[in-house]
Ligand binder design. Structure first.
Ligand code: FES
Ligand SMILES: [Fe+2]
Length: 405
């Protein structure tokens, strides 16, 4: 479907409605507070890790990181190191990087190109690039070892455009089904052609929800980003769209209609871009942790990862239409630095916030109308885990079902 003219008109009209309103719309009931324990209770953190993070599709890598058979990336945001590798047949697969003999790591580097066989450094079991066990050392010492059952254990690995997602739950729905509520609005864009321009990951000293929630609302722009996003977008007009599986979008109009980011002039544009990408900032959330604010010349995506209850990793990824041969446009340096500055403004608040949410002064979070994407995110997490698994004091009360489009 993509962004048809009807959808563009509808979304544009919704922004106008937002701009005009002087209160939440009739029928919108105040949301219950989000319990503080969801951020600070260690048992709840573990539950979310095992029953949500390790059971859902997560962005892991871009196709450009796997130029040839044997190219691999060690992905470290799952329950254990996961090896994503291009096979001899060109397919991408993901495996636990755990030798089926005594559990040693089969690959010891973060990224690279494996030879035709991957030899475990402990006793020399060798695997092919499809994860199969091909040979063991000293075969005379083994009886009845069925090599077919001793290959690396696979995790689910599927593609959306040029993006590679993994999921540790084997019987999860296909990636395409999981993403459908958001991807239906993106089919007009040539996502298959986007290249990876830049990738940077760094540690942040706060709970991952503090980070994720920060990217789900524009309420903080005035105070945290007075010279950046607040100048560019007219957040009075920001409209919020809630979709199934926890996905969502906020659409913010540019303050000036024909404004073009000076840092992008001359960069190739995605064919099929509409007024929504040109005159607005459509910031999609691929639940649970990937923020995708699309512009015709590409986008900075932010992925956020839980490490401990009070530490996270934040990855900033840039994707853009193919620029042909040669080096990327020198303007990219400024464009990347400008976005880093915005992210840094967020982090400057997020890190001290960890200390203050651990305070007895933090008892719960009231969310307003324009912050309701955050509540929607929490509702989806509880659905994924199964509300009955969550202690009653820490559950969120389903409240936004009727708003899901
Ligand atoms: S642990 Fe890998 S060969 Fe022994
Ligand atoms: Fe921000």
């Amino acid at each position: 479907m993509g962004l048809t003219n009807d959808i563009v008109e509808n979304w544009t009209a919704r922004v106008e409605t937002e701009r005009q309103r002087t209160s939440p719309p009739d029928g919108f009931r105040p949301l219950p507070d989000i319990p503080a324990g969801r951020y600070i209770d260690p048992a709840h953190f573990e539950l979310e890790k095992t029953a949500m993070w390790q059971k859902t599709w997560l962005y892991a890598a871009h196709i450009d990181q796997f130029p040839e058979p044997g190219s691999f990336v060690m992905w470290r945001h799952g329950s254990a190191p996961i090896l994503i590798m291009r096979g001899d047949d060109g397919e991408l697969r993901a495996f636990y990087n755990t030798c089926r003999h005594r559990g040693a790591p089969v690959v010891r580097s973060a990224t690279g190109k494996a030879g035709a066989v991957l030899v475990c450094g402990y006793h020399g079991w060798s695997h092919d690039r499809q994860g199969k066990l091909r040979a063991v050392s000293d075969p005379r010492d083994w009886q009845d070892l069925d090599r077919n059952c001793r290959g690396l254990i696979a995790v689910r690995c599927e593609r959306f455009g040029n993006w590679i997602f993994v999921c540790e739950k084997l019987d999860v729905e296909p990636l395409a089904d999981f993403l459908a509520p958001v991807s239906r609005f993106l089919t007009h864009l040539p996502l298959m052609q986007l290249r990876l321009v830049n990738r940077r990951e760094f540690d942040v000293n706060c709970n991952v929800k503090v980070l994720i929630e920060n990217f789900l609302e524009a309420y903080h722009f005035k105070l945290l980003h007075p010279n950046t996003t607040e100048r560019i977008f007219d957040n009075k007009g920001t409209s919020v769209h809630l979709w199934d599986n926890g996905h969502s979008m906020m659409l913010s109009p540019n303050r000036r209609k024909s404004w073009v980011d000076p840092g992008t002039v001359g960069m190739p544009e995605m064919a099929g871009s509409t007024a929504i990408e040109r005159d607005y900032n459509p910031s999609y959330c691929f639940s649970p942790n990937l923020i995708v604010p699309i512009a015709p010349t590409g986008m900075p995506c932010v992925a956020m990862w839980p490490k401990t209850i009070r530490t996270s990793a934040l990855e900033v990824l840039w994707f853009a239409p193919d620029w042909g041969g040669g080096e990327r446009d020198p303007l990219w340096e400024t464009r990347i630095a400008n976005f880093d500055r915005i992210v840094d403004e967020d982090i400057q608040l997020a890190e001290p916030m960890q200390e203050t949410i651990e305070s007895r002064g933090f008892v719960g979070i009231p969310l307003n109308y324009q912050e309701r994407r955050i509540y929607h995110w929490h509702e989806a997490v509880d659905r994924k885990i199964g509300a009955e698994q969550i202690s009653p004091a820490l559950r969120v009360t389903p409240s936004l079902r009727d708003e899901v489009e």
